[in-house]
Unconditional design. Sequence first.
Length: 117
Amino acid sequence: MRRDIDMDYFEQRLLDRLEEITAGLEAGKKGVAPVELDPSSIGRVSRMDAMQQQAMAQAAARLVSAEKARIQKALDRMKSGDFGYCVHCEEEIPEKRLQFDPSVLFCIACARAAEAS
């Protein structure tokens, strides 16, 4: 367990973001519902627009769900004492990187190597 960083600060940031995400997912459920035919609509153009908006809402929901999973994994790593360490090389992740995103899994070197491959 790392003692050089304020674990309470990072835990609170993760929990706050998790709360924001959960509230956002509840509010966004309407946008990913199946597109229904509205007889009062103008026609195909309206339906196409609604389908495009639905696809964008679904993509945003997938990104938010992935972020939620990363946050939950970070909270789990806190409990196990592995928070703040790269999951690949097990080196410490710099505190500034954790401040930017407390849910990161990799140190900068391993993240760059993963992007390159």
